[in-house]
Design a binder for this molecule. Structure first.
Ligand code: T3D
Length: 258
């Protein structure tokens, strides 16, 4: 199986599983990943996702053995699988933690960047490998990179296709944190479990606000925040959060998403 799915209390772990090829992406794998995400969202008790890779790599991008001699129409067909996957991840109503366990190259790097919170193992690296094989960064690379690290760094990363170490990725704000290799999964699992214990409806609305911010004026964003805040405020989790604070206890938020 190219994708492994495991269920834990409140979250699912999805593992890219072609370790002999550093989890390079195939169309079959992209479809399996999309289906695993759909299944996770359909389960209302699933309140976070943890995405990682099997073996020593996170994902080496497109499996190049699949695209030898590919025509422009073939490449179009490939992206017709990958690009909706990126949009699907961004639109998920639950947070996605990405545990980058090794090299993340090409579409694999940008798959990671689409996630909400990235933890990178010290031995991980990020490489926009496209230029090396005469391609353009896809899967959102040209959108995510300048927003995350600024245009100077984004341009150099995309044009030079040099690997970026996890340590520098953390310094530059490409990832939330770098952790030692043996701490990656425990820390990522703790993060997923923590997100799963939070107020799910508010997290979903927060994701919507953050995603809209890049295109909105400040006035539009304030309007959106007001609208989303009305929705969050009407949810029982809000009343529980306030009660718990005043009663000096930990809140107990809804265990199933509405
Ligand atoms: O529609 C479209 O436009 C197409 C979509 C394109 C999106 C993309 O993702 S384009 C970019 C594709 N990815 C790459 O170009 C990266 C290719 N891989 C590498 O540059 C290196 O493997 C890495 C830097 C990722 C890691 O290097 P290293 O030295 O740690 O590992 P390695 O020895 O190169 O790889 C280990 C094995 O995995 C090896 O197989 P072997 O020799 O043991 O049988 C290698 O061939 C295989 N592998 C690695 N990446 C890919 C791959 N096989 C197929 N496709 C890969 N992308």
């Amino acid at each position: 199986m190219t994708i492994l799915v495991e269920s834990f209390a409140g979250y699912r772990r999805i593992t890219l599983n072609r370790p002999e090829r550093l989890n390079a992406l195939t169309v079959e794998m992209a479809a399996a990943l999309a289906a695993a995400l759909d299944d996770a969202v359909a389960d209302k008790t699933c309140r976070a996702i943890l995405l990682t890779g099997a073996g020593r790599g996170f994902c080496a991008g497109q499996d190049l053995t699949e695209i030898i001699g590919a025509s422009p129409a073939d490449l179009d067909r490939l992206l017709a699988h990958y690009h909706p996957l990126i949009l699907k991840i961004r639109a998920l109503p639950i947070p996605v933690v990405c545990a980058v366990n090794g090299v993340a190259a090409g579409a694999g790097a940008n798959l990671a960047l689409a996630c909400d919170i990235l933890l990178a193992a010290r031995s991980a690296s990020f490489v926009q490998a496209f230029a090396r094989i005469g391609l353009v960064p896809d899967c959102g690379g040209t959108w995510f990179l300048p927003r995350l690290v600024g245009t100077a760094r984004a341009r150099a990363l995309a044009l030079l296709a040099e690997p970026l170490s996890a340590e520098t990725a953390a310094e530059w704000g490409l990832v939330w944190r770098m952790v030692e290799d043996d701490r990656l999964l425990p820390e990522a699992e703790a993060l997923a479990a923590r997100l799963a214990s939070q107020a799910s409806a508010a997290l979903a609305l927060t994701k919507r606000a953050l995603d809209a911010a890049g295109d909105n004026t400040l006035a539009q964003q304030l309007d959106l925040e007001g609208e989303l805040q009305r929705q969050a405020g009407a949810h029982p989790d809000h009343a529980e959060g306030v009660r718990a604070f005043l009663e000096k206890r930990a809140p107990t938020f809804a265990r199933a998403r509405s």
